[in-house]
Design a protein around this ligand. Structure first.
Ligand code: IPM
Ligand code: MG
Length: 398
């Protein structure tokens, strides 16, 4: 049976050296991977351009070769094909070793039908690729502790891994409809639904990650109100007892969890929760780290018989139409998403560390995009930030 085991995550990542990279080059033939780039809308193409430069650097210096292809998703796909993602693009995503996505959406498409709205492209990718495990690390870079909305002592060293269930729950449950009651009233229904296996597999991902980090899992649900919460709680409790009793488990009500995240966020290590709570709690956790422009994510499927899993990597932030095209967007979340791809899809932990340490190094030098501005720091644009990260990668690997 395929295992849900994940490669180690970034906690306590050590500084990489190019020696590792060069020596593994000699020992193994260089693998080639297909990476599908879906820049999307708004600032998506701008931040993706910087990730592409990092990919080029890795192709020249790393232990693998990435063949990239680029395609449309979201509003840009709608403009071209009349739908938020074309079947051919989904086929490419299914065939690729990994997908890197920018962002989707914008006011330009406010008027399109619900089925064709830009977000539908992203949701279809998640569903068709069966990307049930969404990993959203909320890490506070030391240089940014003062950019957080919380006091430094609450966020310095913060390292939370949110594990959000991504293919079930109210996002996809049926019925999902608005009916006209014929008396001037309408009735809207969304369905929150979870089956045992869906909770089991996301729970295993969370416990497995916790073993490689702080060995603690919080599971957030609303079992005091929702039947799906009762089942969630029951399944997490059983999987813990049967398979992961060495890991510390705490159940927490999702509303209390939202409160605890701003009261004392460092109590959390891994936080596992459903699709909707995970959507909200991950935005909240992201903001603790200084800016939504910092945070990457990985959406993973189950491993197949060749021990490979479908995967999509994307920044947590949106398409920021208000600043699109002006060259000021922060590319860090997209570049950090590429680092997650290196770690989780390509087993290139040294290169992932290199990219993440380069990001930290650039921030330590006081370089900031506009979203991160602090007194005494220097504002640079999207391209300069990408260039600074690449220069730092050069320096760190020299
Ligand atoms: C996210 C986003 C998406 C979601 C939107 C764009 C559909 O908010 O990835 O968190 O709700 O999942
Ligand atoms: Mg969201």
């Amino acid at each position: 049976m395929a295992s849900d085991a994940l490669p180690p995550c970034s906690r306590n990542a050590s500084k990489p050296g190019l020696a590792h990279i060069i020596s593994s080059n000699k020992e193994h033939p260089m693998p080639t991977y297909d990476l599908l780039l879906l820049p999307g809308d708004g600032i998506g193409p701008e931040v993706m351009a910087e990730a592409s430069r990092v990919i080029e650097w890795l192709n020249a210096h790393g232990t693998a070769t990435f063949n990239t292809d680029s395609d449309l998703v979201g509003g840009s796909a709608y403009d071209e094909h009349g739908e938020a993602i074309a079947d051919a693009t989904v086929d490419k995503a299914l065939a690729a070793d990994a997908v890197l996505l920018g962002a989707v959406g914008g006011p330009k498409w406010d008027g399109v039908t619900y089925e064709a709205r830009p977000e539908a492209g992203l949701l279809r990718l998640r569903k068709d690729l069966q990307l049930f495990a969404n990993l959203r690390p909320a890490i506070c870079y030391p240089a940014l502790a003062d950019a957080s909305s919380l006091k430094r002592e609450h966020v310095e060293g913060l390292d939370i891994m949110i594990v959000r269930e991504l293919t079930g729950g109210v996002y996809f449950g049926e019925p999902k409809e608005i009916t006209d009651l014929g008396n001037g009233q309408k009735r809207a229904v969304d369905t929150q639904v979870y089956e045992t296996y869906e909770i089991e597999r996301i729970t295993r991902v969370a416990f497995d990650l916790a073993r490689k980090r702080g060995n603690k899992v919080h599971s957030a649900d609303k079992r005091n109100v929702m039947k799906s919460g009762v089942l969630w709680n029951e399944v997490v409790t059983r999987v813990h007892a049967d398979e992961f009793s060495d890991v510390q488990l705490e159940h927490i009500l999702a509303d209390n969890c939202a409160m605890q995240l701003v009261r004392n966020p460092k109590q959390f290590d891994v936080l596992v929760t459903d699709n909707l709570f995970g959507d909200m709690l991950s935005d909240e956790a992201a903001m603790l780290t200084g800016s939504l422009g910092m945070l990457p994510s990985a959406s993973l499927g189950a491993t197949d018989e060749n021990d490979r899993r479908k995967a999509l990597y994307e920044p947590v932030h949106g398409s920021a139409p208000d600043i699109a095209g002006s060259g000021v967007a922060n590319p860090i979340a997209t570049i950090a998403s590429l680092a997650m791809a290196l770690r989780y899809s390509f087993d290139m932990g040294a290169e992932a560390d290199l990219v993440e340490n380069a990001i930290a190094g650039v921030l330590n030098k006081g370089l900031r995009t506009g979203d991160l501005m602090q007194d005494g720091s220097q504002t640079i644009g999207t391209t300069a930030m990408g260039g600074a990260i690449i220069a730092e990668m050069e320096a760190l690997s020299a």
